[in-house]
Write a protein that binds this ligand. Structure first.
Ligand code: MEZ
Length: 563
């Protein structure tokens, strides 16, 4: 059977899944059908517990998602994880094993606008910025609808690995880390080549600690603090043990949105921001997967639909030198929110500033978090030599890797680093790591001159002892590499983040070409330009989504009350 309907023949009727065999109405989020799946087969968590597959599709970092994100009733089923991974996964009612792109909602055969709904605030995008804005607006008394084009919520935030930057937090204070808002601001500006909008960078730094408190108040654990490239001190907050930050943040935000009964619709794409002809935004036009075109009238609209790293054409158009490069992003990161804002008259900023992350696993599209380097891994070329300060900014580290033979490098670390960071277990799970009981055994496996690698590691350990890295000037040398086993992951740079986007004020209002805010239109997160300048520091993205999401949500709710 190539789809679930066929696979159910003889076992279930149309009415069993759809409620009625005669009048089948499927909501865009497919919530009713999914409830039926769960009724018969159990919840994702239950299925996850009972499965013994090596890579367990029901227990993934995507968290609680619709069954129908993978299992399709009337078209061939395929696993959503194939968007980024290359698992040889069999799926009932389909069995597709090849990579497929998640098709955004079709705009090919738009039906006429059928109905009009009313809300106070519409949020476009269900990543961290969107959920944060929605929760904040809801808590300020607004009726909020979240519209997400993908079949699952979480956006790119779901994939955020390293952590959330914040200065002067209670966790830093407990750990005796001396940091300040000014230092975070300075690091952000320096990392961004001072192209950043200084006022936006200051908003990021100033609100970072309260954003950590806000998330923690909703139930997040951000009790571990590490360091990312370009930071002067440890300020990257993440869950205990160094787990990935994104899956946890999205899980917390999703649960909070659900508890508040915030109307969240997946498989729904905003195709137009509607205005009144006098420059005031009055709502959006949406195309639902099943319901077709409809309008939501709203007093404020927040664009929180992310960047465009997964839009290979746009990336290549803006930066031809990145043509054909891999990306660490989820397939929905195509920049539609920026396009919607531009069509509504927004000014764009820094669109050519596209960040390449130095360490995407060469064998897949999995990001190897900068935290691996932050916790002590070194970068070694195919000849077995270090070639860069591993904790320099991403633009410099990426350029250095691309200058090596094969345009790739190896992240090399030991058991001490492995034990210090939980996320590394995931890379083993995905078969991305080579290992050796000794440095020589590892070098043989990855076809590297063993003597050179041994000398490289010995020199690094000497630098650790002396607290001085004379050759590459790496400031933070957290631990020596001296505990077997030894490990290596081949990495190469990939398109990771787009610094440019909609120009905004410090109140998250979208700015028009005439320099004035567009009434009723707000934006937050990666789809905005100016916070990061030429280069975003690791850990500043989740920080930005929460801080500007809160600002956008609060101001949109205010506008909704007074409009
Ligand atoms: O903020 C990021 O992009 C980040 C911390 C990525 C990572 O390497 O983990």
């Amino acid at each position: 059977a190539e789809n679930l309907a066929k696979a159910h023949v003889g076992k279930a009727t149309c009415a069993d899944c759809h409620g009625s065999a005669k009048k089948v109405v499927v909501d865009d989020s497919e919530a009713a059908v999914n409830a039926k799946c769960i009724n018969c087969h159990g919840t994702l968590a239950e299925l996850g517990k009972n499965s013994h597959e090596e890579v367990n599709p029901h227990k993934s970092h995507l968290g609680e998602i619709n069954c129908t994100a993978c299992h399709h009733g009337h078209t061939a089923s395929w696993a959503y994880c194939m968007n980024c991974h290359a698992f040889d996964m069999k799926i009932p009612g389909g069995g597709a094993t090849a990579h497929k792109s998640a098709a955004p909602v079709s705009t090919a055969k738009r039906k006429p606008v059928k109905r009009t709904e009313q809300a106070d605030v519409v949020v476009i995008g269900a990543g961290a910025a969107g959920f944060t804005a929605a929760i904040t607006a809801h808590d300020a008394g607004a009726k909020v609808v979240i519209i997400e084009k993908q079949p699952i919520t979480g956006g790119n935030s779901m994939l955020a690995a390293g952590g959330m930057n914040a200065a002067e937090t209670s966790v830093q204070k407990e750990k005796g880390i001396a940091d300040s808002v000014d230092l975070m601001y300075k690091d952000t500006m320096t990392g961004g080549g001072n192209l950043n909008d200084p006022a936006l960078a200051m908003v990021l730094a100033k609100n970072s600690a309260s954003s950590v408190d806000w998330l923690t108040g909703l139930g997040a654990d951000l009790s571990d603090v590490g360091r990312m490239g370009g930071a002067s001190v440890n300020r990257t907050h993440r869950p205990k043990g160094g787990s990935a930050v994104g899956a946890q943040v999205i899980d917390v935000l999703r649960r909070n949105a659900a508890q508040r009964k915030i109307d969240t619709r997946v498989n729904s794409k905003v195709v137009k921001i509607v205005e009144d002809g006098k420059g005031r935004v009055t709502g959006v036009q949406v195309e639902g997967k099943h319901s077709g075109l409809y309008t939501i009238k709203a007093k404020a609209v927040i664009i929180a639909a992310g960047g465009f790293s997964a839009n290979a054409e746009k990336v290549a158009y803006l930066r031809p030198e990145y043509k054909g490069m891999t990306t660490s992003n989820q397939p929905g990161a195509t920049g539609d929110g920026i396009d919607l804002g531009a069509a509504a008259g927004a000014e764009l900023k820094d669109m050519k500033e596209i960040q390449i992350h130095p360490t995407v696993a060469a064998a897949s599209r999995t990001l190897i978090t900068e935290a691996v380097r932050g916790n002590g891994a070194i970068l070694v070329n195919h000849e077995g030599k270090r070639f860069v300060n591993e904790l320099t900014t991403r633009d410099k580290a990426s350029a250095a890797i691309l200058a090596q033979s094969g345009k790739s490098a190896y992240l090399v670390f030991d058991e001490g680093v492995r034990k210090s960071l939980k996320q590394i277990d995931g890379y083993f799970h995905l078969n991305l790591v080579q290992e050796g009981a000794s440095i020589q055994e590892l070098a043989d496996k990855i076809k590297m001159p063993a003597g050179t690698l041994e000398a490289t590691i010995a020199a690094y350990n000497k630098a650790y002892e002396a607290k001085n890295d004379p050759e590459f000037k790496r400031a933070d040398l957290p631990r020596p590499l001296q505990t077997a086993k030894y490990y290596a992951i081949e990495v190469k740079p990939g398109v990771h983040y787009t610094m440019g986007g909609l120009k905004i004020t410090t109140d998250s209002e979208v700015i028009a070409k005439d320099g004035k805010p567009i009434k009723g239109l707000f934006a937050a997160g990666e789809g905005t330009g100016g916070v990061h300048g030429k280069n975003r520091l690791g850990g500043n993205s989740i920080s930005q989504t929460i801080t500007f999401g809160r600002i956008a949500g609060a101001n949109a709710a205010k506008v909704a009350k007074t409009a």
